[in-house]
Ligand binder design. Structure first.
Ligand code: NI
Length: 171
């Protein structure tokens, strides 16, 4: 398994819309394992393929707490088929926007259908942190970031900060 470099805001790659995966094979499973390894190393609880520069519709999640046994989840071609009307608020962060956190309101429950790591069709009714995490990661597949759900003023501030940091790094 390999830890891959993360794509960081304001890299335009993060705005790409990822393409559906046509075949679940050993190469794809290796990629899923690399994504998990990269996520654990960061550390984070979710990672979409576009965050390592690959515009493919796959994401990984592990919500196990520190000291608990790992619970790796792989979602291939995930699709939200229904969302609840009731909403919940979580403080979100993103490995592509390091050290920035903000509260985001989203549907409290979602039903997501997807293929698992073996390519088998699955469906999950998610609530709590998993519901938020799935929506955050599926947004990535559509070029959407969690800062798109906060106020314009806050978003402009964080983009400006990261643009400045990227420029000083490039010098
Ligand atoms: Ni993210």
């Amino acid at each position: 398994m390999t830890i891959k470099p993360l794509i960081i805001l304001p890299d335009p790659v993060l705005r790409q819309v990822s393409k559906p995966i046509e075949r679940v094979d050993a190469d794809l499973q290796r990629l899923a394992d690399d994504m998990l390894e990269t996520m654990y190393d960061a550390p984070g609880i979710g990672l979409a393929a576009i965050q390592i520069g690959l515009p493919r519709r796959m994401l990984v999640i592990d919500l196990a707490k520190e000291g608990e046994e790992k619970q790796p989840l792989v979602f291939i071609n995930p699709e939200i088929v229904s969302s609840s009307e009731d909403r919940s608020v979580y403080e979100e962060g993103c490995l592509s926007i390091p050290d920035y956190y903000a509260e985001v309101e989203r549907p409290a429950k979602v039903t997501v259908k997807y293929l698992n790591r073996e390519g088998k069709e699955q469906s999950v009714e998610a609530d709590g942190l998993l519901a938020t995490c799935l929506q955050h990661e599926i947004d990535h597949l559509n070029g959407v970031l969690f800062i798109d759900h906060i106020s314009r003023l806050k978003r402009d501030m964080v983009i400006k900060k990261f643009t400045k940091a990227a420029k000083s790094k490039a010098l």
